[in-house]
Write a protein of this length. Structure first.
Ligand SMILES: [Zn+2]
Length: 410
């Protein structure tokens, strides 16, 4: 496993510490006491050293400590190397599990200690539940509920009438799902149209109702303004992406829908960096895309929409869509940088990618560097308050108090 044991409590020293709760100011020259799986204490380093005199000190120099990151939107069984969804979904269970294992460790080494898989086959819980310690925390949605031949249908969640909705939901719950994902519109799956609604209002209402009956939060891949409105009308908990497509497929924005998202407290997993790597690959000549200009326009529009929603006070959490298309695991820094460009201050950004995301995923005592909370910690090279690129320099990661072996994926 990708862990080296940690013997007894230890005092970590860092140049800067963010709590994860943006109401708590960042602290310079901080000490964090880790004991077992939890944080025992934290505060100015000198005070910590006095109070915990006998503990060995692990000095991380001028690095910044933040809670382990929480990625609310990944696809663990997908390679993120431009492989088509149709090809990846056809792989054997053994291949998919091996892919999930590599992806989870790659993300862990990038500081992601918790993640939500929002689309996979129904056998993923079997893989997760068979793992030892040393992997990120995983919240799994299993097969997204989708229209017949709808977006992501190859994972097995096709449904239409009320009976088949009930059955698809029940099969996910039986398989061990923790949350619900809906494909409320088409997407990149061949034969689907991103701005086209996949379900009627009555069907969406039934899906949200069924999910809530099982005590699960429900989120929707919703690419259009109309689908965002329909999902909110159904009482959905969260929406994925901020594309706000018009009926003709043009990227746009709706002030009324934005205000409704903010007012209702619907959680928005913005995924605004999904095109950043493919744009880079195209510019380097490693990927060909005749719709390059359209791709860039969508990326700009997503960023602007995130900015508008943030200004309105919408609840935005961090998600990458890692696994799909060219979106690689281990690159959550792209989303952090994107949200920063969309107007998030550093403390707000850390909050959106740790404490608030963990609360949304119902992870107990995860997402803060505070006494009694899980010792999930990412150590970033440099002073994060002054340098957003610190997210590209992950020096060490602790998951449940244990230092991750950073060579795991190299
Ligand atoms: Zn996705």
């Amino acid at each position: 496993m990708a862990e080296t044991g940690m013997a007894g409590p230890v005092l970590l020293r860092v140049g800067q510490m963010f709590d994860g709760d943006c109401a708590v100011a960042p602290l310079a020259d901080a000490g964090i006491v880790v004991g077992g799986r939890r944080i025992l204490d934290r505060g100015p380093f000198d005070g910590m050293r006095d109070r915990w005199r006998d503990l060995p000190v692990v000095d991380h120099g001028d690095a910044t400590a933040i809670p382990g990151l929480v990625d609310c939107h990944v696809h663990l069984t997908m390679p993120g190397d431009s492989t088509l969804f149709e090809d990846a979904a056809a792989r054997s269970a053994a291949d998919r599990f091996a892919q999930a294992q590599r992806n989870a460790l790659t993300h862990l080494c990038a500081g992601v200690t918790s993640m939500r898989d929002v689309g996979s086959h129904r056998d993923l819980p079997r893989w997760r539940d068979g793992l030892d310690q040393g992997m990120p925390r995983m919240v799994l949605c299993c097969a997204p509920l989708t229209a017949p031949r709808g977006h992501m249908y190859l994972w097995g969640g096709e449904c239409s009438d009320l009976a088949s909705i009930e059955e698809a939901m029940r099969r996910n719950v039986e398989a061990g799902s923790d949350a619900v994902k809906i494909a409320a519109t088409g997407g990149s799956t061949r034969g689907t149209v991103p701005q086209k609604s996949a379900f009627t209002q009555e069907q969406l209402d039934a899906i949200v109702r069924a999910g809530h009956r099982y005590g699960q939060r429900v989120t929707a891949h919703a690419m259009s303004i109309r689908s965002l409105d329909m999902c909110m009308a159904a009482g959905i908990d969260g929406v994925e992406h901020v594309s706000f497509l018009e009926e003709d497929g043009a990227p746009s924005y709706s002030q009324a829908t934005g205000e409704a998202l903010a007012r209702s407290g619907t959680v928005v997993c913005a995924t605004i960096s999904t095109r950043s790597r493919s744009i880079e690959l195209i510019e380097k000549g490693e990927l060909v895309d005749p719709a390059f200009e359209a791709r860039k326009a969508r990326a700009r529009s997503d960023l602007e929409n995130a900015r508008r929603l943030h200004e309105l006070g919408a609840r935005i959490v961090v998600g990458t869509d890692a696994g799909f298309g060219s979106i690689a695991f281990g690159e959550i820094h792209r989303e952090m940088t994107g949200l920063h460009a969309a107007g998030f201050g550093i403390a707000d950004l850390v909050h959106a990618g740790t404490f608030d995301a963990a609360r949304y995923l119902d992870l107990d005592k995860v997402g803060r560097l505070a006494p009694g909370w899980a010792a999930d910690i990412a150590i970033l090279g440099g002073r994060l308050s002054e340098d957003i690129s610190c997210f590209t320099r992950v020096k060490a990661v602790y998951k449940a108090g244990v230092a991750v072996d950073m060579r795991a994926t190299s």
